[in-house]
Ligand binder design. Structure first.
Ligand code: ATP
Ligand code: MG
Length: 385
């Protein structure tokens, strides 16, 4: 008799080679998520994944961590035993001993029909035994507890509760993205949504220290740590931005500064994305949330982009984003005060409708390539998690 978690994923669209790739990645991610919990082994079967708990696993902690692994539809704590009705009865009794219930029902499924008893016969035998041993009653319609018996070609599994997983896809199956992480509320949520769709996230942060304090740097490191629950080990690129901002301030009209900062950030981020093998940039922009996020300004940022810029929050309200940030656990860090580099040296009323020609004009006095190279030379890389 052995305790294990039986992990199930949504199988829609998973066929052939794709499916093996997906499953192997999920197995690997489960192993990363369960480091330090004392689990024994993670095993891939043809339709699910088993987490063998062994003697020393912290079952509550394993359960908590599995709830955060992207790509899991649901999972169950199960007891595996021999294909023998006496063994199945004993395992079922042990499996439900800590549950609270007054009525129960047993449901059996056989994937191997050579087992000597039919499914209804197994349910009746095991159900009768449990009712007798626990002093509860059988209820076929609205039982407090359903005990599932599954009989396969080489073992029987007993389980009760189905624990919902987080859904999504295993991190890594959708390639890699470079997330522009600011320290604010939105960009960590944008990162989380992409990670949930199976993208491995690497992060970039621009900071204006010593013109601002170090708060944004400390915050992004903490945010990347929190996102690491789903993204695992993460690379964070830190780019000093103040010198470049000073050049922009000296050379260009004030109303365009925010958009010019964002265009420079995007140019630098693209280079780093290419170095890191990321295929897209991700931002936390949401349509018209602030002056730099009008359609016109988004377009002027997009105009210099060579990689796709993904904006998973573009159609979300601030309230929806805040609710997600609270659920993910990034909200409290994000709301600690910090000064973002984009707010440095900017006028009260930045341009909301800078045209492409006006921006090109404003940039004509800048040595764009030189500024990008200088930023890349001062880049710092950290591995978090
Ligand atoms: P957030 O809540 O993510 O800070 P925001 O509502 O403050 O977003 P902006 O300041 O206009 O909006 O920034 C829009 C997006 O630009 C951010 O979501 C982020 O993806 C990117 N960004 C802004 N500042 C930085 C920065 N210092 N480093 C990296 N990316 C940044
Ligand atoms: Mg911000």
């Amino acid at each position: 008799m052995e305790d294990l978690f039986s992990v199930h994923y949504a199988e829609v669209g998973l066929k052939g080679k794709n499916r093996v790739f997906f499953e192997k990645r999920l197995v690997n991610n489960i192993k990363l998520a369960l480091r330090g919990t004392g689990y024994a082994e993670v095993e891939r079967l043809h339709d699910r994944i088993l987490v063998h708990l062994g003697q020393s696993a912290d079952i509550t902690e394993v359960k908590r961590r599995l709830q955060g692994v992207m790509g899991i539809a649901y999972f169950q704590l199960a007891c595996r035993t021999e294909r023998d009705i006496t063994a199945i009865k004993a395992a079922a009794l042990r499996h439900i001993q800590n549950d609270a219930y007054e009525s129960l029902k047993v449901e059996t499924r056989r994937t191997d029909k050579t087992f000597p008893l039919t499914s209804p016969q197994v349910s009746a035998e095991v159900g009768g035994y449990l009712v007798q041993e626990t002093g509860t009653r059988a209820d076929m319609h609205t039982p407090d507890l359903v005990c599932w018996v599954k009989i396969t070609h080489n073992a029987a599994y007993i389980s009760t509760e189905k624990i919902p997983g987080i859904g999504g896809l295993p991190v890594g199956v959708s390639g890699k993205v470079l997330v522009m992480l600011s320290g604010g509320i939105d960009s960590p949520v944008a990162a989380w949504q992409m990670i949930k769709r199976g993208a491995k996230a690497v992060f970039i942060h621009f900071y204006s220290y010593p013109y601002t304090d170090k708060a944004s740097l400390e915050k992004v490191i903490e945010l990347v740590e929190i996102l690491g629950v789903s993204n695992y080990r993460s690379t964070l690129y830190l780019v000093p931005f103040a010198e470049l901002q000073q050049v922009i301030v000296a050379e260009t009209p004030a109303p365009f500064r925010v958009v010019l900062y964002r265009r420079m950030m995007t140019r630098i981020a693209q280079r780093i994305a290419t170095l890191a093998n990321a295929e897209a940039l991700v931002t936390g922009e949401s349509l018209a949330q602030v002056a730099s996020q009008t359609l016109t300004n988004l377009r002027t940022i997009e105009a210099i982009a060579e990689l796709p810029i993904l904006r998973p929050l573009i159609g979300e309200d601030k309230a929806e984003i805040i609710e997600k940030a609270q659920r993910i656990g990034t909200f409290d860090v994000s709301t600690r005060p910090h000064q973002d580099c984009c707010s440095l040296f900017v006028p009260k009323h930045p341009a909301t409708r800078a045209s492409l020609t006006e921006l090109a004009d404003a940039e004509s006095s800048l040595d764009i390539d030189g500024l990008v190279e200088a930023a890349l030379n001062n880049l710092e890389k950290q591995v978090v998690g």
